[in-house]
Design a protein around this ligand. Structure first.
Ligand SMILES: C[S@@+](CC[C@H](N)C(=O)[O-])C[C@H]1O[C@@H](n2cnc3c(N)ncnc32)[C@H](O)[C@@H]1O
Length: 261
């Protein structure tokens, strides 16, 4: 299993589910950070544009990168509707090999657990090295980790959500199973989205996997990659992190090159 798999199938349901779960609670935080960046912002794993589009609307120049063509297609439609053509650029690529010039961005944003889609040390290290390369010296790498993965109960085929699918007249039910692969520190979500329109029923099944990463483990790994962890926050209003916080945000600064002698 690889963490980039599943997202193409999830794309048509992502906004429906997230409107009912994560919502917009992190958006103000990312807009403020982007507003202070003083240059273009790179979002890793921008998906359907949930974060990139509000950052661009707030005035930032944003590059959103994602590996899933289907997620990006949704982001493109939303960007067109929001008339953001000049300030938002959407790029297909992998966070492990970012296709940008060195030192191109004063801010690299990694919202909503994107780094937990990298399911082992080698792939996570590749992503951190790539982010370090494209970040300007003195620039910030901002990382939001999903905190509670390891504590999810395992269950089989539970109805998690149901509701109308926009104005289409369809109704959607999400049936979910959760498996913990404790040895690898990976939580797998098997999802079935059932769409009902009158007598017509369609089912879409796929799996997503995420890795548990601790704040201490991520901070140590960032330091090894040449970042200085400047702050660890426990909510989107800037309060400091403690082990009970349900938000885990790290702000890491790419050290400026040391002068010789
Ligand atoms: C949790 S979604 C976050 C989307 C968006 N940032 C948000 O907050 O709504 C994670 C995104 O990361 C993308 N992704 C996963 N692994 C990736 C990889 N190796 N390279 C690039 N994108 C990846 C997925 O396609 C998905 O769109």
């Amino acid at each position: 299993m690889e963490g980039w798999r599943g997202w193409d199938d999830y794309a048509r349901f992502y906004d429906w589910e997230n409107a009912r779960t994560m919502g917009r609670r992190d958006i103000g935080f990312w807009q403020q950070l982007a507003g202070r960046a003083g240059g273009p912002v790179l979002e890793l794993g921008c998906g359907t544009g949930r974060v990139s589009i509000p950052m661009a609307k707030a005035g930032a120049r944003v590059v959103g990168l994602d590996r899933s063509a289907a997620m990006l297609a949704r982001a493109r439609t939303r960007a067109r509707r929001s008339k953001l053509a000049g300030s938002l650029c959407l790029v297909r690529g992998d966070v492990r090999a970012l296709p940008f010039a060195a030192a191109a961005f004063p801010l690299v944003a990694a919202p909503y657990g994107i780094l937990q889609s990298l399911l082992d040390d080698a792939t996570l290290d590749a992503a951190l090295a790539s982010a370090h390369r494209v970040l300007a010296p003195g620039g910030t790498f901002a990382i939001d980790l999903v905190s509670d993965l390891a504590s999810w109960d395992e269950y089989e085929r539970r109805v998690k959500l149901r509701g109308p699918a926009g104005r289409s007249g369809a109704r959607i039910t999400l049936i979910e199973s959760v498996r913990q692969e404790r040895r690898r520190g990976v939580t797998a979500f098997d999802q079935e989205f059932v769409e009902r329109r009158g007598a017509h029923v369609r089912s879409h099944r796929f799996s997503l996997a995420f890795r548990t990463v601790s704040v201490e483990g991520m901070a140590a790994r960032l330091e090894r990659h040449g970042f200085r962890v400047a702050a660890v926050l426990g909510d989107y209003d800037g309060r400091p992190w403690d082990p009970r916080a349900d938000v885990w945000l790290l702000l890491a600064v790419r050290e400026r090159a040391r002068l010789p002698g």
